[in-house]
Design a protein around this ligand. Structure first.
Ligand code: BG6
Length: 547
């Protein structure tokens, strides 16, 4: 592609001759015409960041025919492309085991976009331009030939597409393939960064290991080939707008931080509820269970963001240093503590949203006598100056009554009951960060009921993203892919962070493997989990918040 061809190609994406991109502004600077354009006129790009545009690059997608690539990765890349957040000099090399022509593979992706893109319809011109950058390569992940051919292909693309030797490897494969792909990339020299230009980065999907030892081993394999600064381990919860807002809420406001500690906070509840079952992922879930699928990653990440100290600067290392300190402050449990503080559950048949649904053991690819947990609840303590003695109650489960992720910070009761005339005692304050859906923040406080006398009742002050900003948030994968291309690792988990999270979850998994299986299934689909989970809080004189 010659330089003179570029304006035409760019125009194809937005359907006009003045695409409103940060890249164009940057390229055009100090040109008057483009600099004068108003970048936010394009509604598709609202909510996305304007000022940062990645370098030219090739993204190598391993596992390109899989579910994750079709559902998440490619729709996110296309969304970035159509909103002009990817560089013009961009290419995708898709690698999978099945045989496809480029045309057939592109057509399949196109169909997936109709199903999974968050903005429809798909503009034909933008798609054609994007699709022309995708080439498919059949290859086995364990064969040297796959990687030798990749070396040649990537060099060609650098010449054809001016991708400047920058490469982002994305592992969207089965976790069992991670180590061999990484070793092969190393063998073929595909990890080597070139002097001056040509960065190499690798994105690794979760689950990262299946226990502490395998995570340490995998980190070691990764470390043989890539430097830590080249590695981007995904926990997609970190890319969610509302999760990113936790830090802004805490450290962008002056009034919450002074009370964010054991003096004022009674306890914290973190809930990740899903109404779906295991869908078509029975065999994956049999191996994972809720402890590996949610507790080790999503729940631990939410916990560390809520509990972290303010980092000195807003860069990847400073933030991740602080988050790791939180995980270090959680003492791993012994078997007895696991029995007292952690609850597991598995759903049986029941009703969700007025529809009858089968139990976990009847799901496809699931052992009819499976002992895999589809629900986990835990009571943890962060043993540091700020949080000593404050319980963090965590729960996650499938086939619960609704989809809802929420962090509730329950404050302490007022020290002295002043309003004795009131029919009810004032409720303690509560702050709920609604991660999804219905994204927002709720503050519950006491107010005087209008009328004679002094009757006090709790009322809600409610902020919702939808009404405050009237823009759609980017999907977590858009944010994360853009960040990986930009070289910003803040929202990715570092090796020590992954290992610390495993150090907490590993004893739980081990204790369960040794202990007699509980009476599974122990909660009906469509209920809020096993009775033991309620008892976990009742023992402390508390209860789960009704969401
Ligand atoms: C994934 C889990 O990490 O997150 C799935 O493997 C789960 O089991 C999914 O359904 C939930 O993601 P989200 O973004 O819909 O909350």
């Amino acid at each position: 592609m010659t330089d003179s061809a570029k304006p035409t190609a760019r125009a194809a994406r937005t359907g006009d001759d003045g695409p409103l991109t940060a890249r164009n502004l940057r390229l055009a600077r100090p040109g008057k015409r483009r600099a004068a354009s108003k970048p936010l006129d394009n509604p598709l790009r609202e909510g996305l960041r304007l000022e940062r545009v990645p370098d030219p690059a090739t993204l190598v997608l391993f596992g390109a025919t899989g579910d994750l690539a079709h559902r998440k990765v490619v729709p996110a890349l296309f969304q970035l492309w159509r909103t002009n957040l990817l560089p013009h000099e961009f290419a995708i090399v898709a690698i999978g085991r099945r045989a496809y022509t480029d045309a057939a593979f592109r057509a399949e992706l196109r169909r997936s976009l109709d199903q999974f893109s968050r903005m429809l319809p798909i503009e034909t011109a933008a798609w054609d331009e994007f699709a022309s950058r995708i080439t498919y390569h059949r290859g086995d992940f364990d064969e040297a030939e796959t990687y030798d051919q990749l070396v040649t292909r990537l060099d060609e693309l650098d010449r054809e597409r001016a991708t400047a030797g920058n490469r982002l490897y994305y592992l969207a494969t089965q976790p069992s393939a991670f180590a061999q792909i990484i070793a092969q990339l190393g063998r073929a020299g595909l990890d080597h960064e070139q002097h001056g230009a040509g960065w190499r980065r690798i994105v690794i999907e979760k689950p990262f290991g299946r226990d502490l030892n395998s995570a340490i081993r995998l980190n070691r394999e990764v470390g043989k080939v890539f430097r830590e600064s080249q590695v981007y381990r995904i926990d997609h919860y970190l890319g969610k707008e509302t999760v990113r807002n936790i830090l802004v809420f805490r450290f962008g406001n002056g009034i919450f931080e002074p009370i964010w500690n054991r003096r004022y906070v009674d306890h914290v509840q973190i809930t990740v509820a899903e109404s779906i079952g295991v869908e078509k992922r029975g065999s994956f879930y049999e191996e994972a269970g809720a402890s590996r699928d949610f507790l080790q990653n999503h729940l631990m990440q939410l916990l560390s963001l809520v509990a972290t100290e303010p980092p000195a600067t807003f860069d990847a290392e400073a933030l991740r240093d602080e988050k790791v300190k939180v995980l270090r402050a959680i003492e791993p449990m012994g078997a007895e503590q696991v029995a007292a503080n952690v609850v597991r559950g598995q759903y049986g048949p029941g009703w969700v949203a007025a529809d009858p649904v089968g139990g976990y053991r009847a799901e496809p690819e699931v052992d009819p006598e499976s002992e895999t947990e589809t629900y986990v609840a835990a009571r943890l303590f962060v043993d540091n100056w700020r949080w000593a003695g404050v319980p963090f109650y965590l729960r996650a489960g499938k086939r619960l009554p609704k989809r809802a992720t929420e962090i509730a910070v329950q404050f302490k009761q007022v020290p002295h009951a002043l309003f004795k005339e009131s029919r009810a005692d004032p409720e303690a304050n509560l702050l709920a960060l609604r991660i999804q859906p219905d994204e927002g923040i709720l503050l519950r406080f006491a107010a005087k009921v209008p009328g004679l006398g002094v009757d006090v009742r709790a009322v809600n002050m409610d902020f919702t993203y939808g009404s405050a900003f009237s823009v759609d948030s980017p999907d977590a994968y858009e944010t994360l892919l853009l960040d990986a291309l930009l070289g910003d690792a803040s929202l990715f988990t570092r090796a020590d962070e992954v290992e610390k999270a495993w150090a907490i979850v590993n004893p739980i998994i081990e204790a369960w493997a040794d202990a007699p299986a509980p009476d599974f299934p122990n909660y009906a689909a469509g209920s809020w989990g096993p009775a033991a989970s309620d008892e976990l809080l009742e023992r402390d004189g508390r209860r789960w918040r009704r969401i």
